[in-house]
Design a protein around this ligand. Structure first.
Ligand SMILES: *Cc1c(COP(=O)(O)O)cnc(C)c1O
Length: 464
């Protein structure tokens, strides 16, 4: 009957370890910013060390903390590096990081309101404020998710449940034909997994052609729906992308809304990374039409710069959530469709994820977030202007902070160029296909990235 003091140290020991952990972390972050952005550790040696750890003999925790930070510092692509022009994995904002620690230390269980009313109400407040900023109607609701994939899966499940009242009990058999979901070819292909998960099969996903600029072709969308209906299929949902992953392009949101309304099918807008643009009054018009959606996905862990594992789902019809996720058991303290998250969402036990965005928004304000968004866009505008001067082409006409670059022929292939940059270690970029063409993709993901970082990147791109 003795407490294990490694797992549960005394308050004094805890405070000491915490202070040390802070020191190690801050020192590591400082080193990361001056080191290569890509992994450089000896994986062989690491694997041997790891294999030897069979947990038979307890090890010193302080040493383990240093061991872990040290290996992560050299053994990962660094999101906090200002040269990481990557796949929209942000350097987390400081308030979000602090929120994550608070949630970890107090560990509220927020699946039922009565267990953590303050946390549940803080999250609900953030959701309502953002829904309002999106322009969704009064009474709109939603919740935090683990990311965009969960939010998109929630949208499709709600759409299926609303479309056919027997779907909840009978699954896909409730439909007299193949249910269909319409997304563009350039959409995030988690949709295939989502269709699989929801029991309607990957065939349910119709990949609608794009217009040569990465945007869903609304005419082709209308034709697909007519054809499918004529063949006995059941159109269930259109999911427009507002900010494609590759190129930051926005599907024609009004045209897609018109088509969805005319066929009375669910209209979802996947704004997983681009949605944060609602924070900027200057740039908000790029999302014009998003306010007509039945549901919207915005990730907190992309342009809103929280720590990983934070997305958001919004809907103009919050009642559909309790129709979809209803359940009742004797061991839960309550079962209130109005406030209990476990009867309104996919998850059951829940982490207090929304605090990250609450503290960040409350401390920076919409204006501070607007500044963050515009900073990224302005740096990408600068990059584009400079590259055009050097004879490069910009393949994507996006207002988001991402550039798809094509070098002039004499500089060699984009593949070689990406290889050269990444192996140089000061910057990280990706190689993607945009409208069938290989391009170098540079995306502004770190709020600390400066004009000097971009100048360093340009210098390498234009060097013969
Ligand atoms: C990132 C992204 C997703 C997937 O979101 P996760 O948070 O990675 O689950 C879906 N759609 C778009 C447009 C995205 O950019």
């Amino acid at each position: 009957m003795t407490t294990n003091s490694t797992l549960f140290p005394t308050q004094i020991m805890r405070a000491e370890l915490n202070a040390k952990l802070d020191t190690y972390l801050d020192a590591s972050l400082a080193r990361i910013s001056n080191a290569p952005v890509t992994p450089r550790n000896d994986l062989e040696g690491f694997r041997t060390e790891l294999a030897d750890m069979q947990f038979q003999t307890p090890m010193d925790l302080e040493t383990l903390l240093q061991w872990t930070i040290g290996h992560l510092e050299t053994g990962a692509v660094q999101m906090t590096h200002t040269g990481y022009l990557g796949l929209f994995n942000p350097a987390p904002s400081f308030p979000a990081e602090a929120a994550d620690r608070i949630a970890a230390a107090l560990n509220p269980q927020i699946c039922v309101w009565s267990h953590a009313p303050i946390a549940v109400e803080i999250e609900a407040h953030v959701i309502t404020q953002i829904a309002d900023r999106i322009g969704l109607p009064d009474g709109a609701g939603g919740h935090f998710t683990t990311g965009g994939s969960e939010a998109n899966a929630t949208a499709f499940l709600c759409a299926l449940t609303r479309m056919n009242s027997d779907y909840a009990e009978q699954g896909a058999r409730a439909f007299t034909g193949q249910p269909r979901i319409y997304v563009s070819k350039e959409s995030h292909l988690a949709w295939l997994k989502i269709a699989h998960q929801n029991g309607v099969g990957r065939q349910a996903v119709r990949l609608v052609p794009t217009d040569g600029q990465g945007r869903m072709d609304a005419g082709a969308l209308a034709d697909y729906i007519e054809e499918d209906k004529a063949g006995g299929d059941i159109p269930v949902m259109i999911a427009a992308t507002a900010g494609t992953t590759n190129a930051g392009m926005v599907d024609p949101l009004h045209a897609c809304a018109d088509i969805a309304k005319s066929h009375q099918i669910w209209y979802h807008v996947d704004a997983a990374w681009g949605g944060a643009i609602i924070a900027s009054d200057r740039e908000r018009p790029v999302l014009d039409g998003i306010e007509r959606a039945d549901s919207v996905t915005i990730d907190a862990h992309k342009w809103f710069a929280t720590t990983m594992g934070a997305g958001m789902f919004f809907t103009a019809h919050p009642k559909v959530l309790s129709e979809t996720f209803r359940v009742s058991t004797s061991y839960m303290p309550s079962n209130d469709a109005d406030v209990d998250l476990y009867v309104n969402t996919m998850q059951w036990s829940r982490r207090f994820v929304g605090l990250r965005l609450f503290l960040a928004l409350a401390s920076a304000g919409w204006q501070g977030y607007g500044q963050h968004i515009e900073h990224g866009i302005d740096l990408i505008d600068y990059l584009n202007t400079e590259m055009v001067k050097h004879g490069w082409q910009i393949a994507n006409a996006s207002r988001m902070a991402v550039s798809c670059l094509i070098p002039p022929a004499h500089l060699g292939s984009v593949e070689d160029m990406a290889e050269k940059i990444v192996s140089g270690g000061t910057h990280w970029v990706s190689l993607v296909k945009y409208e069938g063409r290989s391009v170098l993709r540079a995306c502004l993901t770190n709020g600390r990235t400066s004009k000097a970082d971009i100048d360093g990147f340009i210098a390498q791109l234009v060097a013969p």
